[in-house]
Design a protein around this ligand. Sequence first.
Ligand SMILES: N[C@@H](CCC(=O)N[C@@H](CS)C(=O)NCC(=O)O)C(=O)O
Length: 233
Amino acid sequence: MTENIHLISSVTCPWVQRAVITMRAKGVSFDVTYINLRDKPDWFLAISPHGKVPVLKIGDEVLFESNAITEYLDETCAPRLHPADPIKRARNRAWTDFLPTFGWGPGLNNLTYCKSRDELPDAIADARLRVERLENAIATERGNDGPYFNGAELSLVDAAYGPFLQRFQISEAVLKTGLLDDFPLVRAWSDALLADEAITGSVPENFAEEFDRNLERRETLAWALMSGAEAAE
Ligand SMILES: N[C@@H](CCC(=O)N[C@@H](CS)C(=O)NCC(=O)O)C(=O)O
């Protein structure tokens, strides 16, 4: 790719990280500008149709929505991260479509951002339903081979789910829900992704610190436990 590539980012955003993982896997060079989403600059609001990151500028062209961005990168920059087989590729796309339900809505993030012990049982039950579907998906797509969603090669599915599993791992260290205990394939997949520099190396240096601030700002149970404001059970 010859055009200048510029990513508009915020430090803790999992959707931005999805784009970063994809660009790193493809060896794409890019510049980054971090913005404060609680005080969005006018220049950002002028180019972002819905005021969300990631935004990717390719020369003068503006792309938004992490799924569209990663699909664009996969079409234009080698190596291909989607499977070559059209059926497998379609199912991979279906599983990345499932991500907002699994990761962002009433899935893992409801646990990560859970505000009290009272909310926890419902959040766990809800997340279990979603993780179970993913367990079945991994069994169908690749059985016990790994370490990635499709087997040996990193795919756009890994790039999409890795950031959410990374955030869940941080809160799970104190919440100790045991959510993944009954789902060996998801557990192994998560362990592999979170031991992989492709995922862990795709956040900026201040990620851990900023993510803690994020948990604090949202007044989460995870933060209460981390800071000692609430005693672990
Ligand atoms: N569906 C979008 C979600 C992006 C998103 O929610 N970004 C958040 C940060 S993680 C954001 O920019 N929020 C600012 C806002 O909603 O005002 C994508 O996949 O790119």
